[in-house]
Design a protein around this ligand. Structure first.
Ligand code: GLN
Length: 547
């Protein structure tokens, strides 16, 4: 099927009031968007070098993020201030952003401070009775003293012409500034981090009171609009194919497609033989029976296990699994297409569904400086390139917790919505060393005991990800008075909000006997295991998965 002209797509930025965050490379930039989303205000992030006059939508306001550079150094990133002011919307500069605003007004007033300021500071708010209406709006209702978090080495030497000071700290006399007639603000501290307790209220003041953005970004609203967008994008006859894994992202994406185009969406689950106990069966039942999604399960386990024979290197395992996945999925797509061709209103399959989330998009968009190549997320898995399909990514603008809320709005069962992430290569990277049927069986049994116990003890939702891994070494144990030389299971449970950093779950504090119970069950019930270890490594330096 040919699509004539541009399909009528309406990304959230064209239907929801949007705040644009321009990123200068701070490690907190994504948190600014995150905080605004918590306030039900839609927000997107673009690199500071983006051509903003070229956008197809107009932001309600702009936030300039922090960044690791110094505005006065050669090669430091800068916005096009003429373009920015032409947009004629409120602007808030945070840290580097404040320095950037000051620098554009007078490029001699930012210098290296005598000492770096890193950590907590007490901010004093200055009131300006009788001045322009907008001047006091940023700190409105936040009190006279504010606990804030600072992280900077540069500072303003003097206030730019036409600006006034609205806040200061003992070390930063220009910690908050405002333009006398325009809604341009700068703050030296970071309102987006949790160490600035009233930071979200300040961002609300900016977005709602100053930019007049509506707080209408809800998953209920998004759901309706996204379903309509998918319909117009795919057209009357378009067919879409997508891989599902049983995880929350692919299930939510699949359910959304199902609501939008019903049987013209074809879900495929590739059973690579590396799934958890009964997983293919459970996913099949949930997706078809409960969610009404048209699903084909392809049992390719022998093919994957055959190719993995004798392989112990983690990278090689991942590559073999990735390549076979693409091949199996492609073969299946041809079959689905041939079958669909017989139905009366079917066109060709021209779309591929992918459950890309906003953090991946941010990762590819954020400002990394001129020397670094920007990673493209479009070729995740190499599928679209290999299949010459167009990508459809309904979750592209969402953070993980938004996906979960959307899942509940789509009536996806709670236990699925809150499922821990599971890696694409599956148990192959949790069975260290060679992956064989018998090793997989041991890993599956141990994992099931661990997860079942987490659920039974109400700990599953408190951990972000948990699993059992099988180590390819042996240790001595005594079982029934007999010496056993068995294998070792390593348990991993971590807590994290963004999966970028993680710490192990401290079962020892509130649930002292939990690990003892899991250990005892595993050594008793899983044949061949003589020892159970608990992995206490943080990420970094560890990763969440073993390989
Ligand atoms: N690099 C600038 C400074 O040190 C800005 C720091 C920041 O934005 N956190 O002042």
């Amino acid at each position: 099927m040919e699509i004539n002209g541009e399909p009528a797509t309406a990304p959230p930025s064209s239907t929801f009031d949007t705040l644009l965050v321009l990123d200068f490379g701070s490690q907190y930039s994504h948190l600014i968007s995150r905080r605004l989303r918590d306030l039900q205000i839609y927000s997107e992030l673009l690199p500071c070098t983006a051509d903003i006059l070229d956008l197809s939508w107009k932001p309600k306001g702009i936030i300039l993020s922090g960044g690791p550079y110094s505005v006065y150094e050669n090669g430091a990133p800068h916005v096009n201030w003429t373009q920015l002011s032409q947009l004629d919307v409120p602007i808030l500069g945070i840290c580097y952003g404040l320095q950037e605003i000051a620098w554009h007004h007078d490029n001699e007033n930012v210098l290296a401070g005598e000492k770096r300021e890193y950590g907590h500071a007490k901010l004093k708010i200055e009131t300006h009775k009788g001045e322009a209406d907008h001047v006091d709006k940023l700190f409105q209702g936040l009190g006279n003293d504010l606990d804030v978090w600072m992280s900077h080495g540069d500072k303003l030497s003097h206030i730019p012409a036409s600006f006034s000071v609205i806040a200061d700290t003992p070390n930063a006399p220009f910690a908050g500034i405002v333009h006398d007639s325009k809604p341009y603000y700068g703050i030296q501290f970071h309102p987006e981090v949790s160490h600035t307790p009233k930071g979200t209220e300040l961002l609300r003041n900016f977005a709602v009171e100053i930019c007049t953005a509506r707080q209408h970004w809800t998953m209920q609203e998004f759901k309706g609009k996204e379903i309509a967008r998918i319909r117009s994008l795919v057209g009357e006859k378009g067919q879409v194919i997508g891989a599902v894994s049983g995880g929350v992202d692919s299930t939510v994406a699949a359910k959304l497609m199902n609501e939008a185009i019903g049987g013209r969406f074809h879900a495929v689950l590739v059973d690579n033989g590396l799934l958890r106990q009964d997983e293919a069966k459970i996913v099949h039942k949930t997706l078809t029976k409960h969610l009404g999604i048209q699903l084909t399960v392809v049992d390719a386990s022998q093919r994957f296990l055959g190719e993995l024979k004798g392989i112990t290197d983690p990278e090689q395992k991942r590559k073999i699994i990735g390549r076979n996945f693409i091949e199996v999925f492609q073969e299946e797509a041809h079959k689905v297409e041939a079958a669909a061709a017989n139905s009366p209103n079917a066109g060709d399959i021209e779309w591929l569904l992918q459950g890309t989330l906003y953090p991946d998009v941010i990762e590819s968009l954020s400002f990394k400086g001129p020397s670094q190549t920007i990673k493209s997320h479009h070729n995740v898995g190499g599928l679209p390139a290999a299949m010459r399909l167009k990508l459809i990514e309904p979750l592209r603008e969402l953070f993980k917790d938004e996906v979960r809320i959307l899942g509940t709005k789509l009536d996806i069962p709670e236990d699925l919505v809150w499922r821990h992430p599971f890696p694409g290569p599956g148990l192959a990277i949790r069975v260290l060393g060679e992956v064989t049927e018998s090793q997989l069986r041991i890993a599956r049994q141990a994992d099931k005991i661990f997860i079942d116990e987490l659920i039974a003890n109400d700990l599953y939702r408190k951990t972000s990800q948990a699993f059992a891994a099988l180590l390819p070494v042996r240790a001595v144990g005594v079982m029934g008075d007999k010496r056993e030389h068995g294998q070792i299971i390593s348990l991993r449970a971590v807590e994290t909000t963004d999966f970028m950093t993680a710490v192990r779950t401290h079962f020892d504090i509130e649930n002292r006997t939990f690990l003892d119970r899991v250990s005892s069950r595993i050594t008793n019930e899983v044949e061949g295991i003589t020892r159970v270890l608990y992995d206490i490594t943080s990420k970094p330096p560890g990763t969440i998965e073993m390989e």
